[in-house]
Write a protein that binds this ligand. Structure first.
Ligand SMILES: Cc1ncc(COP(=O)(O)O)c(C=O)c1O
Length: 366
């Protein structure tokens, strides 16, 4: 089976982990600091703060910006539930705005209608590795005095007009095992505001201003030096691996038939965390997409559905009283299918994927 994701761990990671283990420094130390500095350089931000997961990055970012009960955050329903769950954890209310069917990201033209006196922030998600329309989002945020907190969990190295994601507001990244770069589990907050970075560093470790002096409430959201060692090795390979993903995506787009391929929007550099096609559904069901997924599995190609339910339809949100029915998010949740695009794919693998999709879709047409 050609897997949908494959973490690439090689000699460099093994040597780096061994060196970290042998150093005797296992918890947060110098390697974490170096990882932060190099990640900030990647994003073009003044600061980066390493934490234990992407979810922790989001929770900390929201918290240190002072969001809490009584506040609202505008976000997308077409994402992994962690985005909105982090908002709920701070006591803030997520308000969902529909997405566009060309970039799968929050539709800036619908944001202003959902702004209320309680709105404090916009939380766009750069889904599948394609950045949002940050020019439009930043202009709305400026006009209404709102914060921008980017969920860049899937978009390490993506850019808008040459500017890296994570630098448009406070950025939140994940290093989960299947991401474009990984530490197994891990996360990073990026910011140009030294005060926010300082608050995030404190919150990550029991609100400590110095060792064993807690100034404020915090938690243990620290990253370990062992994981930072993996992150440093992964970081040096990120540009080359993102280019492999882009080349694989270009091949798939050139050769696939019977599905709607993803599009890279003008000015935006897509890093293809996922290569997600749409399987048109004439009858408003997910049958065509689900059939294709089953046929691909028979042909030895793993595919996956990110995401089969808009967040507001998750039982958690339905139980909280969410009753949204946003038409594009609903449609995409029935039509999207992600195909393997990761850098470990061989030319043979790519051909197998194309043959499997084209074979299945032409059978479907017959
Ligand atoms: C869009 C999005 N947001 C947030 C997260 C949460 O990151 P983590 O799994 O590292 O907590 C993920 C990761 O899976 C994600 O894809």
């Amino acid at each position: 089976m050609i897997p949908i994701a494959k973490p690439l761990i090689g000699d460099e990671e093994e040597a780096a982990v061994l060196a970290a283990l042998r150093s005797g420094r296992l918890a947060q130390g110098q390697r974490v600091r170096e990882f932060e500095e190099r990640f900030a350089a990647l994003c073009g931000t003044a600061e980066a703060v390493a934490v234990s997961s992407g979810t922790a990055a989001l929770m900390i970012a929201l918290t240190v910006h002072g969001l809490g009960p009584g506040d609202e955050v505008i976000t997308t329903p077409f994402t992994f539930a962690a985005t909105a769950n982090a908002v709920l954890f701070t006591g803030t209310r997520p308000v969902f705005v529909d997405v566009r069917d060309d970039d799968f990201n929050i539709d800036p033209s619908l944001i202003e209608a959902r702004i209320t006196p309680q709105t404090r922030a916009i939380l766009p998600v750069h889904l599948y590795g394609q950045p949002c329309d940050m020019t439009a989002i930043k202009s709305i945020a400026r006009k209404h005095g709102l914060l921008v907190i980017e969920d860049a969990a899937q978009a390490h190295g993506a850019t808008v007009d040459g500017k890296k994601v994570g630098g448009f507001g406070t950025g939140c990244f994940s290093f989960y095992a299947t991401k474009n770069m990984t530490t197994g589990e891990g996360g990073m907050i990026t910011t140009n505001d030294p005060a926010i970075a300082e608050k995030a560093r404190r919150y990550r470790s029991h609100g400590e201003s110095s060792r064993y002096v807690s100034e404020s409430l915090g938690y243990n959201f620290r990253m370990t030096d062992v994981l930072a060692a993996i992150g440093l090795a992964q970081l040096s390979r990120l540009p080359e691996r993102n280019e492999r993903r882009r080349a694989n995506a270009a091949y798939l787009t050139e050769h696939l038939g019977g599905v709607i391929p993803p599009q890279e929007m003008p000015g935006r550099h897509h890093v293809y965390h996922q290569y997600t096609v749409r399987v048109p559904s004439p009858d408003d069901t997910s049958t065509a997409r689900d059939d294709l997924k089953a046929k691909l599995a028979e042909a030895g190609v793993q595919s996956n559905i990110y995401y089969p339910l808009p967040v507001y339809r998750q039982p958690l949100y339905a139980n909280l009283g969410y009753r949204d029915q946003l038409s594009v998010a609903e449609k995409l949740s029935r039509e999207v299918l992600s195909l393997p695009v990761h850098p470990a794919l061989t030319p043979d693998n790519l051909k197998t994927i194309v043959d499997a999709v084209n074979g299945a879709t032409s059978q479907g047409d017959a």
